[in-house]
Design a protein around this ligand. Structure first.
Ligand SMILES: Nc1nc(=O)c2c([nH]1)NC[C@@H]1CN(c3ccc(C(=O)N[C@@H](CCC(=O)O)C(=O)O)cc3)C=[N+]21
Length: 281
């Protein structure tokens, strides 16, 4: 058996075409959405991500506001840039690319929660816990949207999430257990005693551990959907958490690259357009 591809790159193209129409409708009402990014330091990976986000924006008519700061930038300097973007009417929403090497909680907390396109501000994460609407974290929502658009059943599914990080695993548990998703979620992490026993029971496995190849074919239930969110660099190449042998057993697999990564960008664009639409409603 060879798994079907959960193609994030193609889905990003589809979503961009949908959003381009909504951006055009906003422009007719005199609103041009703008995305701001704050990048600290010169990590090549981070530069690539931020560049890709601005390219996406240009393609669909969203303007870009880019603030690149040197690795030597202080907490106060980054906070001053955040204050500036909070006050800038041309900036619909913005994000501080992680990691910064600075106090991330202080930075996240300083972003105007109404401009938080990452959905990671403590108030927006709190709204997610409380079941109130607000911007949602891009990577976990992107993973769910990728499943939805390939008709993988989520309601009633046994989902095993591997990893409890702030940007993926932890919010995924919250998102998937909402009434609108209705999945049963097991959140595994480095303290999990028998990972294989959990993964074997899963209809959907979402791997966000950052451990290359940790999900092997012998622990995947035949026909399961397996999403590879892990990002490690092995010899300079992006390597995911899912061992290639899994493609012979699973029903669906998201590749990495071209899986959940592009979906993160799609949900970022979607968050900006939604904030802009709310401003004219
Ligand atoms: N404040 C903040 N918000 C983020 O959303 C955020 C962040 N910080 N820090 C880093 C992570 C990582 N991230 C990715 C975005 C796009 C791809 C992506 O499009 N990857 C392509 C290419 C991968 C490659 O070849 O390097 C793919 O998977 O096909 C991956 C990863 C957003 N992040």
């Amino acid at each position: 058996m060879t798994a079907q591809t959960l193609d994030g790159a193609a889905t990003l193209r589809t979503i961009k075409a949908e959003l381009a129409e909504r951006v055009a409708a906003l422009e007719e009402k005199g609103v041009v959405p703008g995305l701001g990014t704050v990048l600290v330091g010169d990590d090549p990976g981070s530069h690539w991500y931020v560049g890709a986000k601005h390219k996406d924006c240009a393609e669909i008519g969203i303007t870009s506001i880019r603030r690149d700061l040197p690795a030597t930038a202080s907490q106060a300097e980054v906070e001053a840039v955040i204050d500036e973007l909070n006050a800038d009417d041309a900036c619909t929403g913005f994000l501080v690319q992680q990691p910064t090497g600075l106090d991330e909680f202080a930075l996240l907390s300083r972003v105007d929660p109404g401009k938080d396109v990452d959905g990671l501000h403590p108030m927006n994460l709190g709204k997610l816990v409380l079941g109130e609407s607000g911007p949602l974290p891009c990577t976990p929502v992107g993973a769910i949207e990728l499943l939805r658009r390939h008709d993988v059943a989520i309601a009633g599914a046994e989902v095993v999430v591997v990893g409890r990080g702030l940007t993926v695993g932890r919010p995924l548990g919250l998102l998937l257990t909402r009434r609108s998703e209705n999945a049963t979620v097991t959140l595994c992490h480095t303290g999990t005693v028998d990972l294989a026993a959990h993964v074997r029971r899963a209809d959907i496995v979402i791997a966000a551990a950052g451990v290359p190849g940790i999900i092997t074919s012998d622990i995947v239930k035949p026909g399961a959907a397996v999403l590879d969110v892990g990002v490690s660099r092995v010899d300079g190449k992006v390597t995911g958490d899912v061992h290639p042998g899994v493609w012979d057993v699973a029903g669906w697999v998201s590749p990495n690259p071209k899986g959940v990564g592009p979906m993160t960008r799609a949900m970022l664009l979607s968050n900006i357009v939604e904030i802009a639409e709310r401003s004219v409603a």
